[in-house]
Design a protein around this ligand. Structure first.
Ligand SMILES: NC(=O)c1ccc[n+]([C@@H]2O[C@H](COP(=O)([O-])OP(=O)(O)OC[C@H]3O[C@@H](n4cnc5c(N)ncnc54)[C@H](O)[C@@H]3O)[C@@H](O)[C@H]2O)c1
Ligand SMILES: [Zn+2]
Length: 376
């Protein structure tokens, strides 16, 4: 096994336990130089293709490529345009075409270097190229480091819906370098915090208390608080995925905040809100629903609300139609036989999946969340 301390680089290792398809998650700072060596040690492959976007390419591709060369691994790079609007079949086709032009084969390993968009896109390219090749996740946004890079959900959007085309394809290894967050805009840090708060609220009260105490440190990207947070979130996600890889049940708890969140994204045509921002609003709205359904105590709701409002959400929230958000929720793919199952909080650190909640509280819940961050 790779040592925890190597050449002055300290590393945390976790495991996603999926039997023969188990894989390690490495968390370290300033460790891109080690990546090639570790991939070699874990016998992931001898030929790699790095898939990245234009922004991440500029900041982080060079040390990654250098580490492959140092480890004498063959490597090519494919760069696509950045942004959610590129997570589509057209970009997928261009990636697969370039891989064919480069002469990639079934032994080639895809390495996703970027945020959740690149992870989903490159992962889906890996799932489909020659009926599936190995892939490695190297997430560079906080959101991708704590959530999107773990669990094997890969795919692209369709004009008629987000993530409508995809597969389950687990990575062989996840490499998280916290140093990559230094170039990330503050808005993206807030997006990652939404998934982090979600993990704490559905699973771990103590973790929520830790977040309450360390929020300023996290917003400042203080290393110790950051590593502890990324580690705990990865653990929670890994545990849930290990128990329910294909979302037959428990994994749907990770949709907490996402039913309303996805609807807010759709209602604003994926332009006004980032995914994490919509989830932050969704968390407050769904906590409100849980309170109205008699599941969540009023004091716990207030505590959650007070914490969320300390997170700066600098987005325009005017002009969002509650009716359209409601309609988008009805179309959510998780609507099952006309019943919309939500992951609702029973307390801080505990959630249940239920279709048993009063529909009439939905509009006021959305309204309440939107008003909480309105700047006026
Ligand atoms: N597969 C899953 O389980 C899962 C889970 C959650 C979200 N997602 C998906 O993830 C996507 C959102 O991911 P995201 O929030 O990471 O968005 P993103 O990948 O679009 O990245 C956000 C922006 O930050 C830039 N960027 C990335 N890393 C950077 C860095 N280190 N420094 C500077 N800029 C950097 C990107 O170029 C982009 O402009 C959505 O498509 C969502 O559906 C997937
Ligand atoms: Zn999410």
């Amino acid at each position: 096994m790779f040592s925890q301390e190597s050449d002055g680089v300290s590393m945390e290792t976790l495991k996603v336990d999926l039997g023969a398809r188990s894989y390690p998650i490495f968390i370290a700072a300033d460790a891109y130089a080690k990546l090639g060596e570790v991939l070699k040690l874990y016998k992931i492959g001898a030929r790699f293709v790095v898939i990245t976007d234009a922004v991440v390419d500029r900041y982080h591709a060079e040390p990654v490529l250098a580490s492959f060369k140092a480890a004498q691994l063959r490597v090519d790079k494919i760069t696509v345009a950045e942004g959610e609007h590129c997570k589509n079949l057209q970009t997928l086709e261009s990636i697969l075409g370039e891989m064919l032009h480069l002469g990639c084969d079934r032994q080639t390993v895809v390495l996703a270097l970027g945020g959740g968009v690149i992870g989903d896109l490159a992962g889906f390219a890996a799932a489909t190229f020659m009926r599936g090749v190995a892939f490695v996740q190297t997430p560079t946004t906080l959101l991708a480091q704590v959530d999107a890079s773990i669990g094997g959900k890969v795919g692209v959007n369709h004009a008629l819906g987000k993530n409508m085309i995809g597969a389950f394809h687990q990575p062989r290894l996840v490499w998280i370098d916290t140093a990559s967050l230094r170039t990330l805009p503050p808005r993206e840090i807030v997006c990652g915090l939404a998934e982090i708060v979600k993990h704490a609220l559905i699973r771990d009260r103590q973790y929520f208390e830790f977040l309450e105490a360390h929020l300023p440190a996290l917003l400042q990207l203080e290393e110790a608080a950051l590593v502890k947070t990324i580690r705990r979130s990865c653990e929670i996600k890994a545990e849930i995925v290990a128990r329910d890889e294909q979302e037959a049940g428990e994994r749907a708890l990770l949709n907490f905040g996402h039913s309303v969140g996805h609807a807010l994204e759709a209602a604003t045509h994926y332009q006004q809100l980032r995914h994490g921002e919509a989830v932050m609003l969704g968390i407050l709205a769904e906590a409100y629903i849980a309170r109205e359904a008699g599941l969540l105590a009023a004091a716990a709701f207030t505590r959650i609300e007070n914490f969320l409002k300390r997170i700066p959400l600098n987005v325009g929230l005017d002009g969002i139609s509650i009716t359209i958000v409601e309609q988008c929720m009805a179309f959510d793919k998780k609507a099952q036989q006309g019943k919309l199952r939500l992951a609702l909080l029973r307390g801080i650190g505990e959630a249940v999946l239920t279709a048993d909640w009063p529909r009439e509280v939905l509009p006021p819940a959305i309204q309440y969340a939107l008003q909480s961050w309105r700047r006026d």
